[in-house]
Design a binder for this molecule. Sequence first.
Ligand SMILES: Nc1nc2c(ncn2[C@@H]2O[C@H](COP(=O)(O)OP(=O)(O)OP(=O)(O)O)[C@@H](O)[C@H]2O)c(=O)[nH]1
Length: 330
Amino acid sequence: MFSFFKKSEAGEAAPATQTSPAQDEAPKASWLQRLKAGLSRTSSQIGGIFSRRRIDEELLEELEATLLMADCGVEATQTLLAELRRRWKHDKLETGEQLRAALGEILVKLLTPLQQPMQPDAHKPFIIMLAGVNGAGKTTSIGKLARHFQSQGKSVLLAAGDTFRAAAREQLMEWGRRNDVSVIAQDGGDPAAVAFDAVSAARARGIDVVMVDTAGRLPTQLHLMEEIAKVRRVVQKAEPSGPHEVLLVLDGNVGQNALAQLKAFDQAIGVTGLVITKLDGTAKGGVIAAIARTHPKPLRFIGVGEGIDDLQAFNAVEYVDALLDTGNTT
Ligand SMILES: Nc1nc2c(ncn2[C@@H]2O[C@H](COP(=O)(O)OP(=O)(O)OP(=O)(O)O)[C@@H](O)[C@H]2O)c(=O)[nH]1
């Protein structure tokens, strides 16, 4: 918990002016390597299937089972297999490698609609609310995003909306002091009131981006889901055009459970974008296909580690390359 902020306090993280990862080829290459390493379990399982010379029904059935095990879910797996079968016949595919290329194209087509960058210049202040279950990576992602926006020359203000844990609040405030990011917090109290104060302060101070952190909660904790819906309503009271982004942070390791979380949070607060973290761990990676097929939402960022450069804008071609080893990125 808060390890990113702890790192910053110890002075280990890169200074704000150095964080422009997307424009920096060297970090990007190592970032892609981390993504590939994270998804290597799935890519090696699928790779084993494609290494066969001939395509037949048995191979397709094995691929189907592998996609299901990789968290793609029934609907996305069926969609992918149906299209693959069509291409097999229509394009007269013969080898496993041709099938890998075809699956890559089909997956890129499925995932590309999720590749929609955030538009923080659309409003001032641009108000982002973050939600998710406990430990999904909200606070870590806020730290990374704050640096990301600062590197673009934007001023940032945080609302410490996790009013349950005093330690979390203090950690965030200390991190803010050291990184030139204002943090609005209250002792105890109401998260909606903190959000209201933060939005009002951002307007008064001419801040570019406000991020409203919220305490982790499970969709089954109905009173907490009602509480977060209230935070959203109160943000809108403070700024009628906001919130401009309602980000749901999902842990990439939770598999199909991510879909259940997405549906529940979407119903409560109207999710407008996703952050999927921890794709560097034991994540199998297919859940993004499941989301694209059954409950599509813009996937703004994916996380492959706890470091400052480890949160990157989602790119469908890069992701599919990491998942299938298609060789379409270097
Ligand atoms: N490996 C890895 N760890 C991550 C990533 N993102 C976050 N973490 C770690 O996940 C843990 C939980 O992250 P937090 O940011 O504290 O999660 P949170 O959603 O704010 O948690 P609550 O405050 O309990 O709601 C921390 O140890 C983070 O360092 C990631 O992309 N990869």
